[in-house]
Design a protein around this ligand. Sequence first.
Ligand SMILES: [Fe+2]
Length: 332
Amino acid sequence: MSHQDNRFEIAHLARAELLTPVPEKTEWFFTELLGMYVTKREGQSVYLRSYEDPYQWSLKITEAPSAGLGHLGVRTTSAAALDRRADALKADSVNLSWGENEFGYGKTLHFQTPDGHGVSAFWEVEKYVAPPALQSKILTRPSRKPLKGVPVKRLDHINLMASDITPVRRSFERHLGYRTTESVLNGNVEVGAWMTTNLLGHEIATMRDSTGARGRLHHLAFFYGSLQHNTDAAEMFREYDIEIEVGPDIHGITQGAFLYVMEPGGNRIELFGNTGILHLDPDADTKVWDFNDFDVGLAIGGAKLPPTYFTYGTGGTLSAEAQADLSRLASV
Ligand SMILES: [Fe+2]
């Protein structure tokens, strides 16, 4: 199967697991401010879904010593597509394992990106069926819009920091059939790539981690699809002491309307206030931005992204240099 033929093997980003040292506060952020429903509690984890997420959960919050990404999960377009993706990983000698131990999901393939992010892929899912009290009158909506905070509709995308993004991008392209819609070059070093398998501008992005750390999370994004909701959410976050990093504004890259905040556990969360560009052209070229001239790429409205945007991430493994820096600071 050629790379072109791999294109429709992954349907979409279905779920992600966030680690947090303050699980009750993180749960409060997602349920009370973003209106997500809890569907199950088990051990040190709680499972949540937004009102238009189709399956039992799109977000798993797990208590851990520090913040970070547990894993991201993508749904294939068929059972055969899942087997073909496993074959593609095996052909490149990528370590993989199979499991069937997550609430609401069946047979699942587990592996890591070349930078160490956990990835799961699956076909079998348990569709969410709302109890009568939560049923929506809008038939395409799996549950009623909640009366809490400014509720998000669904999981949208994830952005992974990587010590070297090129092998991460290549793995998503070669093994899972993603196409790269936009990228950023600094000289001849790739510093950003935005990837999709469907019409959305991106579902997976990866950006260079300038600290040299491996496998960190940059952000997890949830969908509003309305610019006004990003403004409403910004007001809510100010009122309830949630740190806003930057926004609302619109990235030139993906044309995505952004608002970045830190949930109480420390993970960066993005609220996505429009649909962004849709990729209807199946063989469009990758659009390449120049890192040294991409103010428009960062923010069409001129918002200045703070230095933390390029250096702060959660989880992963720090480089030896970064660890030495931290121990120097600790000994001062
Ligand atoms: Fe994003």
